[in-house]
Design a protein around this ligand. Sequence first.
Ligand SMILES: *Cc1c(COP(=O)(O)O)cnc(C)c1O
Length: 301
Amino acid sequence: MNDPPRVRFCDLPTPVRSLHGLSDRLWMKDDSHTASLWGGNKPRKLEFVIGDALARGKRAILTFGALGTNHGLATALYARENGLACVLCLVDQPVDDHVRAQLERIGDSGAIVYRTGTFRRTALRMPWLLARHRLPYVLPAGGSSPVGVLGFVAAARELAQQVRAGELPEPSEVWCALGTGGTAAGLLLGLRLEGLQTEIKAVHVNDQLELSEATILKLVRKAAAKLEVEAPADGVEVVHGYLGGGYGHATPAGTAALERARDAEGLKLDPVYTSKTMAALLDRLPSTGGPVLYWHTYNGV
Ligand SMILES: *Cc1c(COP(=O)(O)O)cnc(C)c1O
């Protein structure tokens, strides 16, 4: 197996704990504090993305998101920390207080920001942007390139180690939010490399991208090719029915799950990703057997 370039700024392993206040079969992998500048699931991907950019001699990373993008902000912060510039192309989304605060942080991060408005206008400006910023390292939205996926391959191996150490039982299912697919793809590949048969349940929360079992498995194959290992042919289910009005729109089921997790476990969930994931998981739990793991991807820093 290949040993891809990686810079290390995450605080690993992240802890696991039971969520027995919600169910005696439920555990959590807590990625809220993966790294000190910005936590959640993005820093795991960026260790490999920035490692790859530096190995290729790049000076800047160009990436994409909506105005309130967690991914864009995390990329800007860790790029700067590692001596790289960051160029962000941001498409519009409804502006609320959270988005305004996020835009301010992005402004403070030193990133060069283009408000391109729509995906179409971003695509049209790409040739100019690539020339203007001297062929930067281009990173897809959410950091879910095959290289970014390697962060979650490593995360799955970290979990397998915790299972072997007796910190939690081997889960029959791992539940995570499905934003751009890198988290789900990496977990599936990493768990299979460790010999675990755990199923991945990825809750559909983003209708701005074409996401299905097939697109996740394609990403798995590309990441496996980077590592020169065999890719699994199945093992992930995309769970539908929790998106509501669309990406970023809160739902009654999500809000109810957010309140339940807060009251039972003091857990802080967000309306966009983790509360919808928790809603789906809690609905399904009575009809699944065995221990279930919830992967907490939300930034708590
Ligand atoms: C970005 C994000 C996700 C989505 O992860 P993907 O790897 O893009 O599918 C999930 N949860 C939170 C809190 C996020 O910020």
